[in-house]
Design a protein around this ligand. Structure first.
Ligand code: PL3
Ligand code: FE2
Ligand code: FE2
Length: 232
């Protein structure tokens, strides 16, 4: 019995099937990092008190994008960015509309909670089954994503009483979109040896912990974090 089970030994990173799935998943991650970069610039405008910190986060997101672009190049895969833009359209539109209305709570829920938890779940599940190059990149990235999630948690915790109603509404509007996105990526994820159930579980843990840190009760968290899941 080997001491550590190498989960990558049966994966052929150079097969056409793997590369085809990677062209979409790699694009999703690249586009997700690019939109996160833009969203933190928007948040810096909405929260001038935290401008420097948020601009700093936006710069980290650009570095993440470059790291994942290198992962695609390393496998000689061309990312399908058109596909990825469509994949993010729902959250993208909701973020844009919320920003236009000055709804900073909704913007923070979409970017710093939902998208960061989605990224953390996906990256944690990907790391053990990634190629050596992508594993190193993803390990570096995921550490920083926790600090982005933390920014949202701290701000929302400090403003919990006034933010609560808007958080509930934003959760109701955006969480079903996440379940839809997970379904859309499930078939490609399995080719990369990532299971949808593991992604859902990890997301629920991250998101539930975030809601708890902000100040929601266990009862609220159960209701909020599974909203729209049954219908998915
Ligand atoms: C913000 O810092 C990052 C936004 C990226 C969101 C990524 C979501 C990923 C879902 C796709 C599941 C497969 C992941 C594969 C990992 C390389
Ligand atoms: Fe990132
Ligand atoms: Fe991030």
């Amino acid at each position: 019995m080997p001491q550590l089970l190498d989960k990558t030994q049966d994966i052929d990173f150079h097969s056409e099937k793997y590369k085809d799935a990677y062209s979409r998943i790699n694009a999703i991650v690249i586009e997700g990092e690019q939109e996160a970069h833009e969203n933190y610039i928007t948040l810096a405008e909405l929260l001038p008190k935290h401008k420097d910190e948020l601009i700093n986060l936006s710069k980290m997101e650009s570095r993440h994008r470059k790291g994942f672009e290198a992962c695609g190049r390393n496998l000689k895969v061309t990312p399908n960015i058109d596909f990825a833009k469509k994949f993010f359209l729902g959250l993208h539109e909701n973020f844009k509309n919320a920003a236009a209305e000055g709804k900073v709570v909704t913007c923070l829920l979409i970017q710093s909670l939902i998208i960061e938890c989605f990224a953390i779940a996906a990256y944690n599940i990907y790391i053990p089954v990634a190629d050596d190059f992508a594993r190193k990149v993803t390990e570096g990235v995921v550490k920083e994503e926790y600090s982005h999630l933390n920014f949202g948690e701290v701000w929302l915790k400090e403003n919990f009483e006034t933010a609560k109603t808007e958080l509930e509404e934003a959760n109701r509007q955006n969480l079903p979109i996440v379940w839809k996105m997970l379904n859309e990526v499930a078939d490609d994820a399995i080719v990369l040896a990532m299971e949808k159930e593991a992604l859902v579980e990890d997301f629920m843990i991250q998101y539930g912990e975030a809601l708890s840190n902000i100040g929601f009760t266990t009862r609220d968290i159960m209701r909020l974090s599974a909203y729209g899941l049954k219908a998915a």
